[in-house]
Write a protein of this length. Structure first.
Length: 115
């Protein structure tokens, strides 16, 4: 199967998880296409000043792969600046958030796997 960029569903979420501004999610595949093992596989785009607020993951894990930019990642109680090519995982029972405090667009590949 091949899916063109223009065929991917795009969502704009204002103040996602209590964050600032808006987050743009481009769903590469729909939940129903992920064989019940994942609830999301897509890109997350944050323009300067935008963020996804800190939130927990229960019975699932979320992975980020930084495609573009240098976001600040909140890993439970610590903040870390990420760079292109860095990867993160928010494991079951933990919390995370991500913010774009730079002047350039941030894009991460995000995948949520179910436990």
């Amino acid at each position: 199967m091949i899916r063109r960029k223009s065929e991917c569903r795009r969502e704009i979420r204002e103040h996602m998880r209590g964050g600032d501004g808006q987050a743009v999610i481009t769903n590469l595949f729909e939940k129903e296409e992920l064989l019940g093992r994942s609830r999301m596989l897509g890109t997350l785009t944050l323009e300067p000043g935008c963020s996804v607020g800190v939130h927990p993951h229960e019975n699932e894990q979320e992975y980020f792969y930084v495609l573009k930019g240098n976001p600040v990642y909140q890993d439970d109680d610590r903040q870390i600046e990420l760079h292109e090519g860095d990867v993160t995982v928010c494991e079951d029972g933990h919390s995370h958030g991500i913010a774009n405090r730079s002047d350039e667009t941030v894009v991460v590949l995000a995948c949520i796997l179910l436990k």
